[in-house]
Design a protein around this ligand. Structure first.
Ligand code: ATP
Length: 319
């Protein structure tokens, strides 16, 4: 293999730039040419492709977002869209592709691989919702952003003796809510994987209030319900003054943490090793701090699982 391409697709995540940098530098280290494809699969179909050099990825390891931009493309889900993408790859002589993104991005990679274009997936999403890896690139940074926000909200919650509902991202996964709730000592954590405990939440709030607690924090994953709806239900059930903060897109940006930069560097470089060794249709990941790879199809058919021991611990620590 002489020429490879790299793209980012789906929601951006902090650390994607560090992953791009690792792909480019590692590939050049092994005397490959690397092409950056802008705007994900949309840019691939449109031929938005340019050669990247060592210097092209300088000064980006610390930046959030993605220098290659990201996009969602409905057209690429069609055979015609994929045909257009393959035509562009052929035109530029690109023999393999490394895609950085979430499960949708991996589905696209699988389609290309099936049509003779070897692709490797690198998990980049703040949601941490990809099976086959303990962590995805961007999760740690988003988590720390959330914790910083909750710490600040806690000051106001205490000063005004209020209950705060904080809605966090995560799509259908509860990882961001669970980890941030545990790290911030939230009274209740509501996640899609365990969405049956509203009565318990109310009981815990009342117990805390009776014991003289000055504030309560409830972290709710966006995959369960909106923070506003939950807040109304809490007010109706308790008569406690309740406020809502929806953290929204503040969770997606920002400079990646050390942990995300290191993870992105390791996974990006590993993806290059694998594509050079002739692997295709697989994703890279990290399990027990070891680099691993799995068939994309097998991963997509698996259900993401949240750590239920951690969930139980969060309850035990917020009695
Ligand atoms: P995140 O979950 O972090 O937003 P993602 O990669 O899951 O990331 P999606 O919007 O689901 O984000 O997918 C990104 C892009 O991948 C889509 O816009 C589309 O171009 C492509 N894609 C998704 N599903 C398929 C599919 N079944 N076949 C071909 N391409 C697909």
């Amino acid at each position: 293999m002489k020429k490879i391409g790299v793209l980012t697709s789906g929601g951006d995540a902090p650390g994607m730039n560090a992953a791009i940098r690792a792909v480019v530098r590692k590939a050049i280290y092994h005397n490959l040419e690397v092409y950056g494809i802008k705007h994900g699969y949309q840019g691939l179909m449109e031929g938005s492709i340019e050669k990247l050099e060592l210097g092209s990825v300088g000064d980006i390891i610390q930046r959030g977002g993605t220098m290659l931009y990201s996009a969602r493309s409905e057209e690429f889900k069609t055979e015609e869209g994929q045909r257009k993408g393959i035509e562009q790859l052929k035109k530029h002589g690109i023999e393999g592709l490394i895609v950085i993104g979430g499960d949708g991005t991996f589905r696209g990679a699988k389609k290309l691989t099936e049509q003779g274009y070897p692709c490797i997936g690198v998990p980049g999403t703040i949601d941490n919702d990809i099976p086959g890896t303990d962590f995805t690139i961007g999760f740690d940074t988003a988590l720390n952003t959330i914790i910083d926000a909750i710490d600040k909200i806690r000051d106001t919650a205490t000063s005004h003796e209020r209950t705060y509902v904080i809605e966090v991202m995560g799509r259908d996964a509860g990882d961001l809510a669970l980890w941030s709730g545990l790290a911030d000592g939230a009274e209740s954590i509501i996640i899609p994987e365990m969405d049956d405990e509203f009565d318990e939440v109310i009981e815990r709030l009342k117990r805390g209030h009776e014991r003289g607690k000055k504030h309560s924090i409830i972290v709710v994953a966006e995959g369960v319900t909106s923070g506003h709806k939950l807040s109304r239900r809490v007010e109706e059930a308790t008569e406690l003054e309740t406020r809502v903060t929806v953290l929204g897109h503040t969770q997606r940006g920002g400079s990646p943490t050390a942990s995300d930069r290191v993870l992105a560097s390791r996974l990006g470089a590993y993806a290059v090793d694998l594509i050079m060794s002739g692997k295709a249709g697989i994703m890279v990941g990290i399990e027990n701090n070891q680099l691993v790879n799995h068939d994309i199809l097998e991963v997509l058919n698996r259900e993401h699982k949240v750590d239920l021991e951690m969930y139980q611990l969060s309850k035990e620590l917020s009695i």
